[in-house]
Ligand binder design. Structure first.
Ligand code: HEC
Ligand code: HEC
Ligand code: HEC
Length: 492
């Protein structure tokens, strides 16, 4: 038993230490470019140099799973990890030349051109790994934002363009609600990063949901869905909740699977789309296919083109204002602690991607209430453990400026008020389950403005406007049975 626990921890540690990316090299390293012309780059020589000088720690495949790696105080960076994509050539060169502290040796004694050959090989290690991952994902053309890893797609629902098209039509189709007044898009509107602007959702029968609608940005990387349900792990399964749930009623289709299939089948456009999405199935109008298609569409909703992304990728040093840069420093400081729960490429603590190995899932009590009452007890609702009272998933902060009001129950109206809540160490005061990272801090008025400006720099206009994510239905005539669903003027 003890051994198993130890092994598990050892593995977790190995996976937890990915690349540090650009944190170690100074800004001037960014300006260095590889002086070797393509003709002077020698892959065989580079591989030899790498094996001789680096392989013992980083491994021939770059994944740093060597016996020596496990013995070092600091685990060598996984050079095949996606995070290496955001490191520039000059930064790798810098690290090879100067080393990092006591853990990564400096190689300034090697001739300059050999160090650049090594940079080429480090690049090749990630390129090889990426090709392996891409092959596993199939032929679908993912338009991944720079710096994003490849997503983890369930093997029984590989992505295809035809499924995405079908899923997009379903997502915007009011025929998916019993009384034909709502679609998924009624509560997940693109211009609001797929939230609905309400404190809490309102279903097709006007029943109020206990919690607020959530952004659908980067669902492809979200290992646990909704505010606090640890059992909802797949988009394919999640879609059943709004369709068939009756606590509360959202689309109100409980017991009406056949009616839904009949409605869709009556539309010639769907007969074509279902046939194209599931070509091997003679009778494709079923629930499993409906949820697979919706999930495929949701996985395309990628957001990674905010001003902060452009700034952080090193593409545009002036993409965010000096105030936002000061806010960034506050956000990532031990004084404010925000990054512990809203970190990484998706600014959240719960993330999964292809070959991650160790899926991170976290729930936290942020001290919003002194005691959280039913139906919003958070994780406790599922574990029945009092220690989980008030624990929720930290949502991504991408596009946070357009998704007000905030928190699971919409009880925080503005970003300023959200910051105030944290500055007080949780507006609800002390709760026995409150996270250790939620502690009060003093902010000057200027610092508060800076932090909010940083949060505003996370808005991705490309995502909010991308026509690929919008309502695909033509604004046609409406008839009682064949509503073209979900466009302007309809009840959402
Ligand atoms: C003695 C073991 C060892 C050897 C040999 C070694 N490294 Fe490292 N390397 C490390 C460790 C440990 C780290 C992580 C350091 C840290 O995170 O503080 C690292 C980090 C790196 C990084 C990532 C820096 C970052 O900012 O994330 C690169 C790139 C790198 N090594 C390349 C190389 C190359 C190329 C060679 C061979 C020329 C090499 N290393 C040889 C131990 C080693
Ligand atoms: C009545 C409004 C409403 C409708 C209609 C609706 N949703 Fe939601 N959605 C919500 C609410 C509220 C939540 C949060 C649920 C919770 O925590 O219990 C949510 C959460 C989600 C999540 C989880 C997001 C995350 O970050 O974990 C996904 C995915 C989702 N909805 C997809 C859909 C799909 C697909 C449809 C159509 C089949 C749909 N929704 C219809 C209100 C709605
Ligand atoms: C201990 C982990 C943790 C820390 C630290 C933390 N947050 Fe949160 N954050 C959460 C959780 C969990 C939620 C959802 C809470 C809820 O709904 O009850 C949340 C929600 C939010 C929301 C609202 C999100 C939405 O979609 O409604 C904002 C904005 C936010 N946090 C900003 C920050 C800022 C700024 C900081 C630093 C001052 C910070 N957070 C620190 C865990 C954390």
């Amino acid at each position: 038993m003890k051994l198993i626990a130890w092994l598990f921890l050892g593995m977790a540690a190995a996976w937890a230490h990915d690349a540090h990316g650009r944190s170690t090299a100074p800004p001037e390293a960014l300006r260095l470019t590889n002086p070797l012309a393509p003709g002077q780059r020698d892959a065989a020589l580079a591989a030899r140099l790498y094996e001789q000088h680096c392989g013992g720690c980083h491994g021939v495949d770059g994944r740093s799973m060597t016996p020596l790696a496990g013995k070092l105080k600091v685990r060598p960076t996984n050079l095949a990890n996606y995070l290496m994509e955001s490191m520039k050539d000059g930064e790798i060169y810098w690290v090879v030349t100067h080393g990092i502290g006591a853990s990564m040796p400096a190689f300034h004694q090697l001739p300059d051109d050999q160090r650049w050959q090594l940079v080429g090989h480090v690049r090749a290690l990630r390129a090889q790994q990426r090709a392996i991952e891409k092959a596993r994902l199939g032929s679908y053309d993912w338009k991944l934002p720079p710096g994003f890893p490849l997503p983890n797609v369930p093997p029984d629902n590989p992505m295809t363009a035809a499924k995405v098209t079908l899923g997009r039509h379903l997502f915007y189709d009011q025929r998916l609600s019993l009384n034909q007044t709502q679609s998924c898009a009624s509560c997940h509107k693109q211009e609001l990063a797929f939230t609905d602007g309400r404190p809490r959702g309102i279903g097709s029968t006007k029943e109020k949901h206990p919690r607020g609608s959530m952004s659908l940005a980067n669902m492809a990387y979200t290992p646990i869905l909704t505010w606090a349900n640890p059992n909802l792990r797949r988009l394919e399964t999640q879609a059943l909740a709004p369709l068939f749930g009756d606590h509360p009623v959202e689309l109100g289709m409980a017991g009406k699977e056949d009616l839904m299939a009949e409605r869709l089948k009556a539309d010639a456009r769907y007969r074509k789309m279902f046939a194209e999405a599931f070509p091997e199935q003679p009778e494709p109008f079923n629930l499993a296919n409906i949820t697979k298609a919706i999930a495929s569409f949701e996985r395309t909703l990628l957001s990674g083109d905010s001003p902060f992304d452009r700034y952080r990728n090193g593409d545009d040093a002036n993409a965010i204002t000096p105030a936002a840069k000061r806010g960034e420093a506050l956000f990532f400081s031990e004084r404010l602690e925000c990054f512990h729960c809203h970190g990484g490429f998706n600014l959240t603590g719960s993330v999964d991607y292809l070959d991650k190995g160790f899926v991170e899932v976290e729930f936290h009590n942020t001290g919003l209430y002194r005691h959280y009452e039913t139906p919003n007890t958070g994780l406790e609702e599922f574990t029945h453990d009092e220690e989980d009272n008030g624990k929720f998933r930290a949502p991504t902060l991408r596009n946070i400026a357009v998704t007000a009001p905030y928190m699971h129950d919409g009880s925080v109206a503005t970003l300023e008020a959200a910051v105030d809540h944290y500055a007080k160490g949780g507006r609800g005061g002390d709760h026995p389950a409150k996270s250790e990272f939620i502690k009060s801090f003093d902010l000057t008025a200027q610092e508060k403005r800076d932090l909010v400006e940083f949060l505003r720099s996370l808005t991705d206009q490309t995502f909010l406007r991308n026509p690929q994510f919008g309502n695909p239905w033509p604004p046609a005539k409406t008839t009682a049975t064949q509503r073209p669903t979900g466009q302007k003027g309809s009840t959402r």
